[in-house]
Design a protein around this ligand. Structure first.
Ligand SMILES: CC(C)(COP(=O)(O)OP(=O)(O)OC[C@H]1O[C@@H](n2cnc3c(N)ncnc32)[C@H](O)[C@@H]1OP(=O)(O)O)[C@@H](O)C(=O)NCCC(=O)NCCS
Length: 225
């Protein structure tokens, strides 16, 4: 995450920027709205990927493949600007893969300048809401063992650590925790049976994800950094 000193040390008589990023402003909720992530957003998401994940960033081609992949569902966060028309530049994004039984969180990322202002929480809640609509049994994800902000976010929503996948992230070779959140079936509905699940199943090409960064095992796997 980057920090900016604007405002804190402004000389007398010079106004600090209205969109202040002084430390005390960092926690001010940032007003966003969610919409489907679209192909026109991918150049921007590619840049965010590079900022957020460095050498492990997904390329434009990987993002495009993901967006069109079977069982995928991607959402974008854009700023609410009352006087600006049309779609705004994406400030966060998240995606999932539903295989007919469980949801896998594929990615979640927020513009470093706007982190810790509630955007990540809103995106994760959108994924969880979608998982419930899909009647997924559980939500799974991988997260780097040293990614304290993400771990705290996920644990705050009840995800529990199942185990460690050694050298999961390519190219860094960082270990990942596998985490799982059980989803309770909707009220009055018994846990879906196999036949029901089969009816909802989305045919998914390839095997289970094996690392967020394509290149290790072919298809993109779940998220982490
Ligand atoms: C993880 C990430 C998506 C969180 O997004 P965000 O917009 O900063 O998160 P929010 O402001 O909504 O914060 C939600 C919760 O996350 C946790 N959190 C977020 N930033 C944190 C930080 N720097 N340190 C500790 N906890 C943090 C807190 O539990 C926070 O809840 P709180 O505000 O009640 O304490 C963001 O840090 C990010 O994009 N990181 C880089 C990409 C990445 O690692 N993605 C996840 C890969 S598994």
């Amino acid at each position: 995450m980057t920090t900016r000193d604007a405002g804190a040390g402004a000389p007398p008589g010079e106004a600090a920027p209205a969109y202040g990023t002084a430390p005390e402003d960092r926690r001010t909720p940032y007003e966003i709205r969610l919409r489907p992530l679209e192909a026109r957003d991918l150049r921007r998401v590619e840049r965010l990927e590079q900022q957020l994940f460095g050498r492990g960033a997904w390329s434009y081609a990987m993002l495009a493949e993901e967006l069109g992949g079977l069982g995928r569902w991607y959402v974008a966060a854009e700023p609410v600007r009352p006087y600006a028309a049309g779609p705004q530049e994406v400030v966060g994004y998240a995606g999932l893969w539903f295989d007919g039984e469980v949801v896998q969180v594929m990615t979640i990322g927020v513009d470093p300048e706007l982190q810790q202002r509630g955007v990540g929480r809103t995106l994760l809640e959108a994924l969880l809401a979608r998982a419930r609509v899909l009647r997924a049994e559980a939500v799974l994800l991988e997260v780097a063992v040293d990614n304290a902000p993400a771990l705290r976010l996920y644990e705050g929503y009840g995800f529990v650590r199942l185990g460690v996948r050694r050298k999961y992230y390519w190219p860094e070779g960082t270990d990942a925790y596998t985490m799982r959140l059980e989803l309770a079936p909707p009220e009055g509905v018994a846990s879906p049976g196999a036949a029901d699940r089969a009816a909802r199943a989305v045919p998914v090409a390839g095997g289970p994800p094996a690392g967020r960064r394509p290149g290790t095992a072919g298809a993109p796997g779940p998220v982490g950094a």
